[in-house]
Write a protein that binds this ligand. Sequence first.
Ligand SMILES: *[C@@H]1O[C@H](CO)[C@@H](O)[C@H](O)[C@H]1NC(C)=O
Ligand SMILES: *[C@@H]1O[C@H](CO)[C@@H](O)[C@H](O)[C@H]1NC(C)=O
Ligand SMILES: *[C@@H]1O[C@H](CO)[C@@H](O)[C@H](O)[C@H]1NC(C)=O
Ligand SMILES: *[C@@H]1O[C@H](CO)[C@@H](O)[C@H](O)[C@H]1NC(C)=O
Ligand SMILES: *[C@@H]1O[C@H](CO)[C@@H](O)[C@H](O)[C@H]1NC(C)=O
Ligand SMILES: *[C@@H]1O[C@H](CO)[C@@H](O)[C@H](O)[C@H]1NC(C)=O
Ligand SMILES: *[C@@H]1O[C@H](CO)[C@@H](O)[C@H](O)[C@H]1NC(C)=O
Ligand SMILES: *[C@@H]1O[C@H](CO)[C@@H](O)[C@H](O)[C@H]1NC(C)=O
Length: 491
Amino acid sequence: MIEVWIGAILLFCGLFSSTIGAFIGINIGTDVSNLPSATDIIGILKTHQISHVRLFDSDAHMLSALSNTGIEVMVGVTNEEVLGIGESPSAAATWINKNVAAYMPGTNITAIAVGSEVLSSIPNAAPVLVPAMNNLYKALVSANLNYLVKVSTPQSMGVIPRPFPPSTATFNTTWNSTIFQILQFLRNTNSFYMLNAYPYYEYVKSNGIFPIEYALFQSLPSVKQIVDPNTLFRYNSMFDALVDATYNSIAALNFSKIPIVVTETGWPWFGGAKEPYATVENAETFNNNLIRRVSNDSGPPSQLDIPINTYIYELFNEDKRPGPVSERNWGVLFTNSTAVYSISLSNSDGRANSSTVFCIVKPGADENQLRSGLNWACGPGQANCRAIQQGQPCYLPDTWQNHASYAYNEYYQKMHSSGGTCDFDGTATTTTIDPSYGSCRFTGSSNSSTSALFPPPALGPVSPFSRSSRNYIYLRQIGSLSAVILALILV
Ligand SMILES: *[C@@H]1O[C@H](CO)[C@@H](O)[C@H](O)[C@H]1NC(C)=O
Ligand SMILES: *[C@@H]1O[C@H](CO)[C@@H](O)[C@H](O)[C@H]1NC(C)=O
Ligand SMILES: *[C@@H]1O[C@H](CO)[C@@H](O)[C@H](O)[C@H]1NC(C)=O
Ligand SMILES: *[C@@H]1O[C@H](CO)[C@@H](O)[C@H](O)[C@H]1NC(C)=O
Ligand SMILES: *[C@@H]1O[C@H](CO)[C@@H](O)[C@H](O)[C@H]1NC(C)=O
Ligand SMILES: *[C@@H]1O[C@H](CO)[C@@H](O)[C@H](O)[C@H]1NC(C)=O
Ligand SMILES: *[C@@H]1O[C@H](CO)[C@@H](O)[C@H](O)[C@H]1NC(C)=O
Ligand SMILES: *[C@@H]1O[C@H](CO)[C@@H](O)[C@H](O)[C@H]1NC(C)=O
């Protein structure tokens, strides 16, 4: 282990992307029995370098905790709230003041999702949907926030009865007038169409018409290429086809230039006996390929120049949700911040542009390796690990991932000018997104109290033996190389 670091003298050469392109965000559902506190959730988002989140409601704790994090936020008007807001402009104004204006600009709220799949889940509320959107928009205008916050409403693929082939897709004619009004609103307010598109459900429904590779973004054998007979566009993935079916349905009502944002997509990693496709392997394949697909910045075949910004469903498994087993297993992370399967949620969006390079844990890194890397960084690496000790600002979330990220970055900021690398046996990666959260400031952050890149090592008091399982605390206290080596052998 130690020889690896002593031998590591190659200067790191940054290869971070500077594209201002599509982003990958994540939905945060909260039907979770041991839901971490809002502050801990922010720590988890930072650890995994998540830059965009969607909340299904407007939870005050989350909106406060998200302030000054640089994370972009979509808030939700719940289906229960839609009726009151649709019927009363003053209810809309109250909602905007309490849930949006009160948190801006500290919390970067950029969109409001009005209801969730209202047309397919509570069709009786359809008549108040557009009035609700209008009332909210007018309230934003009054608060002078309409240029910063978009209003839209997520719809399921259920409003498009026959999405394949995409060229002939149209909205269910039952919803002609409602959808027409929605599209008019989106065009007039420069907003976007919110689409919940699940290749998982379309695949399960299709009864074997499509190969599973198509749903999972995998390459198809040449005899099974999927081509739209009218446009001759070749569809490499069902995801692209669903997005194009929606663009074509919009075009069929004579609207154009309304971009689509995918507000939900994903794949469950566990299911009941009758849900054979809900597996870890499929979920891992789908979500990683999705991220790769979205990050290439191209749109679907009919709209190549409109990137498909996408929110993955979802951050945690919502174990309290009713329904089939799979319904409770869409999460990509456990609440202790470890990934359910190997996945890299970071994406280099426009903010990955600051001049500081941070060194953090690579999502999905092996825990035993993290433990060794952490011990090394805080011991022989001489990183200042004070902030990750109990009671200190970066202690929570109390995970190997979080603590190692902090320690790796401390080491890297101090040592990279003299040849220290951001590798840690392959468990580390560099990022230009500031991993700081709440009062936990990473060295190099513009707001770090030690924003000088080479802080003197702090020798402040630590509490030895407070966590026998976290022996790096103990090592830091002793600070002698022979003790470190001894303890590493004992791990
Ligand atoms: C840094 O602090 C300033 C002022 O306190 C604040 O406006 C800014 O958003 C903070 N930036 C980050 C990245 O936290
Ligand atoms: C909020 O997000 C928008 C969209 O990415 C960005 O343009 C803006 O600079 C962000 N605002 C703040 C205060 O971070
Ligand atoms: C359109 O929606 C209505 C109301 O939900 C439903 O009864 C009808 O079956 C749908 N049409 C198609 C073609 O799916
Ligand atoms: C809905 O729009 C389609 C396409 O414009 C049209 O053919 C259909 O008659 C309309 N249906 C209703 C109920 O208005
Ligand atoms: C869309 O425009 C075409 C051509 O102007 C027209 O024939 C058609 O009726 C329009 N369809 C709708 C739904 O407005
Ligand atoms: C981006 O993805 C699309 C759709 O899968 C594909 O057609 C295109 O070749 C990709 N572009 C690059 C540069 O990889
Ligand atoms: C995190 O939680 C998962 C699921 O409960 C568990 O399998 C895993 O061992 C936990 N990891 C840590 C570091 O506690
Ligand atoms: C990103 O980099 C460009 C060019 O160096 C600079 O002009 C811009 O201000 C930077 N943006 C941010 C958010 O740091």
